[in-house]
Ligand binder design. Structure first.
Ligand code: SF4
Length: 224
C-alpha cells in the first residue's frame, strides 16, 4: 500500500482518489484522462470528476497503473473494477482487500477492419505499419531500436526496444477469420492497443491471455 493514503482534500466524491502529499507533478493523469484530473495551486493533482463512462473508467485505470508513487487509488467496491485491478497486478491500489485473483497478462489480440480494402492487409503489411507507428513516436526521451523483420508463412515478427537492449518480440498473424482477421502476440499490450485505436482502420479488438487464446477463447475488449 502507498505511504500516502490520506486523500487530497479536493478530490471529487467517489471511488477514485489521489493521495495527498505525494506529488512529483508527473502529469501522467493529464495524458491518460485529462478531463478527470486537475492541478491545485501547488501543482498537485486531484480527481476533479469521477469516471461516468466505460471509456473514462478505462482511462482512469490506466492513469492509476502508471502514476508515479502509486498516488491514485480506488476506495470503491465494484467487483469488476477490483477484478481488473487484481488481474493487472495492482490489487494493492484498492482500499478493500482483493483475494483469490491472480495477475494475468493479456498479450494476444485479434481484430478486424471495417473497410474491405483494409481487409486485404497481410501480416507483413501490419508489421510495416506498426514499425512506422513506433518511429513516429520517437522523441527526445524515447528512441526505438528494431531487430530484422522475419516473415514465415502467415506470420511476420520483429523485436523492438525503447530502453537499452531490452527487446520485446511482436508477432503479426494473418488468420482470415470473421471478426478475427489478424492476431498480434506481444507483451507490449498498451502500445499495441494504442496503435490499433490511433490508426483508425481497425475494429473488434479482442484481448486474451495465452491460456484463453489456447483454450476458452474468452476475451475482453481492452488488455487491462
Ligand atoms: S499522479 Fe501523483 S505524481 Fe502524478 S501529478 Fe498526480 S499526484 Fe502528482
Amino acid at each position: 500500500m502507498s505511504n500516502y493514503e490520506k486523500p487530497h482534500k479536493n478530490n471529487a466524491p467517489g471511488p477514485f482518489y489521489v493521495c495527498d502529499g505525494c506529488c512529483t507533478a508527473c502529469e501522467l493523469p493529464f495524458t491518460e484522462a485529462p478531463e478527470l484530473f486537475e492541478f491545485d495551486s501547488d501543482n498537485h493533482c486531484y480527481v476533479k470528476r469521477q469516471p461516468e463512462t466505460n471509456d473514462e473508467l478505462n482511462r482512469i485505470l490506466r492513469a492509476l497503473y502508471g502514476a508515479e508513487l502509486e498516488c491514485i487509488r480506488y476506495r470503491g467496491n465494484d467487483p469488476e473494477v477490483l477484478r481488473r485491478l487484481a488481474e493487472s497486478g495492482q490489487a494493492h491500489l484498492a482500499d478493500l482487500p482483493v483475494s483469490g485473483i491472480k495477475p494475468v497478462l493479456r498479450n494476444h489480440v485479434t481484430f478486424d477492419a471495417a473497410d474491405p480494402i483494409d481487409k486485404l492487409l497481410l501480416d507483413k503489411d501490419l508489421a510495416i505499419d506498426f514499425h512506422n507507428y513506433l518511429r513516429s513516436r520517437t522523441n527526445e526521451y524515447v528512441t526505438y531500436k528494431f531487430t530484422k523483420t522475419v516473415t514465415d508463412g502467415d506470420v511476420t515478427s520483429f523485436s523492438y526496444s525503447w530502453y537499452e537492449d531490452n527487446f520485446h518480440k511482436i508477432e503479426f498473424h494473418f488468420l482470415g477469420l470473421p471478426e478475427c482477421r489478424w492476431l498480434i502476440v506481444s507483451n507490449t499490450s498498451f502500445t499495441v492497443y494504442d496503435w490499433l485505436v490511433d490508426d483508425g482502420r481497425f475494429s473488434s479488438q479482442r484481448w486474451y491471455t495465452k491460456e484463453q487464446w489456447d483454450t476458452s477463447k474468452e476475451w475482453q475488449d481492452i488488455p487491462w
